[in-house]
Ligand binder design. Structure first.
Ligand SMILES: [Zn+2]
Length: 512
């Protein structure tokens, strides 16, 4: 590579409307207007960076001042003195102003004062103000004054990436053009053409990756291509671009999502380790996973919305996604999507991306094997004899029946029913091991054989349900109801402070 290497974006900058990439609507409207002599005093171009706003502004300036015809022409020659000076950014009547460095009102006034003088070499004095939204309010006001009564020989071309920050008063005096994101296919064609001009090997897969990473911006894409050429010495293949973009191969992403949705946590986390070790940026991986989820949802058999040619996946990969799609619901996919969206900012804020990502994977796996709310309801509806439903219906229909759901509930109910013998035996000798409605597992310190049949008969009568009483063979040294009450009492701050006043005090009983 020679010392005076010109970056591709500059070397292949569009010089006329015909070669402007991906802005067909704008080109058609502008050329028609110029050809029919309808020239506005102010234009504003908006769009993301690298879509050709300043290139278009320069082409327009050339169209207005080209010497190859008697008036403005939609096909500037590119060879005359004016065209060449404008292309080089050196024309005396074409002023390119970067609003970011001329935000003040004084700057703006000086610039605009000169607008009163007639152009020196051209037909029009052209003011190209880049990133116009950066101007201060007072600078905007100065600009507005000139826009309200522009001298006949002055044309303003404003460019901005943030149109919403431009005052409406300015916008209403400009003809607005929105430069669109350049489609992937158009970018690919352009990059392939440039590679040919530069005698560079650029594989189709590598080109696709670059075009997608460019996200609609010609300039971003070309600077990536510059970088890829520099790193590979002119043999740009898929692997080198993946490494450069710190991205995992799409096939790897498809494989990973398959593992993730299969519910094998260990395998999924292992895969993350592997991808991470291979140098992939985990935020990028999350991006790719979101792309996967988006396409899996579109391709889902229930939707049939993915039958387009624009899918980023190969036929093989699409087949794999279909396979997974048959196992997961749209509901699950949309919940996975939600968690991923929430994780984007989490990943940015996290000090340790790897930890954050591992946690995300676990959360996603949890979602993947968890039934959705409608699924749970459906399951319940199909099992009318499920224990919970049965008990609920009984408490609803038989109002005289009581509900007992804990060891304390049982003690209270026995006391209330004046079953004194049963109550005192239960509260002082029975350790509860497990208690659920309909089943009690207990240890009996005294071992009275009559206790279980008596209690179960009483429970059945009072609650209307069958109770299973299971006697444990060994004590787990848990408390009886009385012991528990005593303990709670001792923990009471009032009691504790009373006890501390009397050194040898002891609680011997509780009276009501
Ligand atoms: Zn010319």
């Amino acid at each position: 590579m020679s010392d005076n290497y010109t970056v591709l974006a500059r070397k292949y900058r569009s010089q006329d409307f015909q070669t402007l990439i991906g802005q067909d609507v704008l080109v058609k409207t502008l050329t028609t207007a110029i050809n029919t002599g309808r020239i506005a005093h102010a234009y504003i171009f908006t769009g993301i960076r690298g879509t050709g706003k300043t290139s278009t502004a320069r082409i327009l300036a050339k169209a207005l001042n080209c010497l190859s015809s008697d008036g403005p022409t939609a096909t500037p020659c590119g060879k005359c003195e004016n065209c060449r000076a404008i292309a080089a950014g050196q024309h005396i009547d074409v002023l390119e102003i970067d609003a970011a460095s001329h935000t003040g009102v004084d700057n703006m006034r000086d610039i605009l004062d000169a607008a009163q003088y007639r152009p020196t070499n051209g037909r029009y004095k052209v003011y190209i103000i880049d990133e116009v939204h950066m101007l201060s309010t007072s600078a905007f006001n100065a600009l507005l004054k000139t826009l309200e009564e522009p001298p006949a020989h002055v044309i303003f071309i404003l460019a901005t990436t943030e149109i919403r920050k431009v005052p409406v008063t300015i916008l209403s005096r400009c003809q607005r053009f929105d430069l669109v994101r350049v489609p992937v296919e158009t970018l690919k064609k352009h990059f392939a053409w440039i590679a040919e001009q530069e005698h560079i090997e650029l594989s189709d897969a590598a080109n696709e990756l670059l075009a997608r990473a460019a996200d609609g911006s010609v300039r971003d894409g070309l600077s990536l291509l510059d970088q890829a050429i520099a790193q590979t010495g002119g043999h740009v293949d898929e692997k080198s671009v993946l490494d450069m973009l710190k991205r995992a191969d799409r096939g790897v992403v498809v494989e990973f999502m398959k593992t993730l949705l299969s519910g094998n946590t260990a395998a999924a986390l292992e895969k993350v380790d592997e991808i991470y070790t291979n140098g992939a940026d985990l935020s990028m991986l999350l991006n790719d996973m979101m792309e996967w989820t988006h396409w899996a949802t579109r391709m889902h058999p229930a939707l049939h919305a993915g039958e387009t040619n624009s899918s980023p996946y190969t036929a093989d990969q699409r087949e794999q996604i279909y396979e997974i799609d048959n196992k997961v619901s749209i509901n699950t996919l949309s919940r996975i999507w939600q968690v991923m969206v929430a994780s984007v900012s989490e990943m940015q804020a996290a000090g340790n991306q790897k930890q954050c990502f591992d946690m995300l994977v676990i959360r996603l796996m949890h979602i993947a094997d968890m039934p959705s709310v409608p699924e749970i309801l459906k399951q319940q509806a199909s099992k009318p004899s499920a224990p919970i439903t049965e008990k609920q219906s009984q408490t609803e229909t038989k109002n005289d029946k009581i509900k007992i759901s804990s060891a304390e509930d049982l003690a209270n109910a026995l006391q209330k029913a004046k079953e004194i013998l049963l109550y005192s035996y239960y509260s002082s000798n029975i350790e509860i091991v497990e208690f659920s409605e309909g089943k009690i597992k207990y240890f009996d310190r005294k071992g009275d054989a009559d206790f279980a049949p008596k209690l179960s008969a009483w429970l059945c009568d009072k609650t209307g349900c069958t109770w299973v009483l299971e006697r444990a063979q060994e004590s787990l040294h848990t408390h009886t109801v009385t012991e528990k009450k005593q303990e709670e009492l001792e923990a009471d701050p009032m009691v504790a402070s009373a006890m501390s006043l009397f050194e040898d005090a002891e609680i011997v009983g509780v009276s009501k």
